[in-house]
Design a protein around this ligand. Structure first.
Ligand code: SIN
Length: 307
């Protein structure tokens, strides 16, 4: 019998660990009060057995936090939430965030409307990014509740595992990046891509470590994103551009970093901005996709490896 060896789905990168990074042992799928079905072995899980329209008790909240730390992205189907229930769910993780682009919009400052129609000039988040990483303390969590999906399909969101992205780098590259900081500039997407008029004083612009340590899991995270990160401090402009472009290309061209959430009406997805990036795919023009997002202010600014 002839056996045919299949080629790996991507060439092994120089310095990539022998054992596949991200090949973590399977983690529990039963939590206190609900079960999860993994979307991939390392990022994303669908939760069943919870009704988020009702207040959640302490043990259930603790179990959600634990599942969230394990999977980074949690998908809750068939939820029927009004704005208050959506915000109550967000508040179990902390204070709700006001998006900087909400300054000119009126409406509820804690709700970001995410609605794309045939008349939209852009769709929010159509490119790899971490939400509002330009702030001094970026939102740690976002919870998007989609109520209307495009009638001919499409409109999925991809979520990339930034622990795994860090682990896939060679050790020399990891060591070099651990010592660097980068500037995250709100003008990049909000003025550059969305053509929005900045508030007085401009959109936020802050510097964060290129490699951060997740405050709950203690794992290292590659913390630069093509949406907001303008440059790495202390390097020649061309060095900074070359390194950032290489990292952004790795994220965009390595499918195994990501899970893919296929939305159905009344799906809520909670993601951890401290260890993921996402990309909302606008592949459904001229159809409509609609929902609302709340985000949660982080407890602290992103912390680098040196603490
Ligand atoms: C975003 O929060 O960037 C939008 C995500 C989405 O619409 O799927």
């Amino acid at each position: 019998m002839t056996t045919v060896e299949t080629a790996p789905s991507h060439p092994r990168r120089a310095g990539e660990h022998r054992e596949r990074p991200g090949s973590v042992e399977r983690r529990p799928t039963v939590y206190d009060g609900f079960t999860v079905a993994p979307l991939t072995p390392h990022i994303g899980a669908e939760v069943s057995g919870l009704d988020l329209s009702e207040p959640l008790d302490g043990p259930t909240v603790a179990a959600i936090r634990s599942a969230w730390a394990d999977w980074s992205v949690l998908v809750f189907r068939d939820q029927h939430l009004d704005r208050e229930a959506h915000k109550r769910f967000g508040r179990i993780f902390g204070t709700l965030h006001t998006h900087p682009m909400n300054h000119a919009r009126g409406g509820d400052p804690e709700i970001l409307v995410v609605r794309t129609t045939a008349d939209s000039a852009y769709t929010a988040g159509d490119g790899w990014h971490t939400d509002v990483s330009c702030e001094a303390i970026p939102p740690m969590a976002s919870a998007l509740y989609i109520t209307e999906v495009p009638e001919c399909g499409g409109g999925d969101t991809l979520y990339a595992d930034m622990y795994l992205a860090f682990e896939m780098l060679s050790e020399p590259m990891q060591r070099m990046l651990e010592g660097l900081t980068a500037v995250h500039d709100g003008a990049l997407p909000y003025v550059g891509a969305y053509k929005s008029t900045p508030p007085d004083g401009g959109y936020p612009r802050h510097e964060h470590p290129v490699v951060t340590v997740h405050p709950v899991t203690g794992r290292k995270v590659l913390y630069v994103n093509s949406g907001f990160t303008s440059h790495i401090r202390g390097l020649q402009p061309w060095e900074s551009r070359a390194i950032l472009d290489a990292l952004f290309e790795m994220i965009a061209t390595t499918p195994r970093l990501s899970c893919r959430v296929r939305w159905e009406p009344n799906t809520l997805t909670l993601w951890d901005n401290r260890c993921t990036q996402h990309h909302a795919v606008w592949d459904y023009y001229p159809h409509t996709r609609s929902g609302e997002r709340v985000s949660v202010v982080g407890d602290e600014a992103p912390v680098g490896v040196a603490g």
